[in-house]
Design a protein around this ligand. Sequence first.
Ligand code: NI
Length: 208
Amino acid sequence: MKSVRQLSCRVIWNHRFFDIVNNMILPIYTFGQPVLRAVAEDITPDYPNLKELVKNMYDTMHHAEGIGLAAPQIGLAIRVVVVDLDVISEDLPEYKGFLRTYINGHIIEEGEETDVMDEGCLSLPGIHESVRRATKIHVQYLDEDMNPHDEWVEGYLARVIQHEFDHLEGHVFVDHVGPLRKKMIKSKLINMMKGNFRCAYKVKVNIK
Ligand code: NI
């Protein structure tokens, strides 16, 4: 997930330093790439080079100034997600030091209450739309060391998880946008599929 507009300026400065270090920055697959429409699969603990993959995902997310990244966004249809909310902890102090890896994550249940917030996505650069989501969700996942977790999550993290786990089901946030707004962003989406957009990070564009 791309950090929301009003937070993004501060995020940029926090992460310029990461680029200097020798990190593996992977290209981010953008809207139109088939892998973003695939249902991602659970992985087994012996998945090859998992630690390295997770590190590369953090590096890639930080380089692109994102707060969440799902494996399909780097071309892998597997259930691996990384989240860094520390970068927004100046605005939301409860997330100070919050970095978490979600492996084989699934949303088991959603609370009834919903709210609406602006979202953006590293796979859809330049697009921000309001999305209605549950404020509370019940999730199950494994952490980086393959320890199981079963918890109810709320607040901003619940929104980020729903956005990222959507990627694991082959959905992107604009799927939730109403018909009128969708009509208004249609030409942007078509241009994106053709590779006609500007973006500050490395991407992999669907060229047909
Ligand atoms: Ni996204």
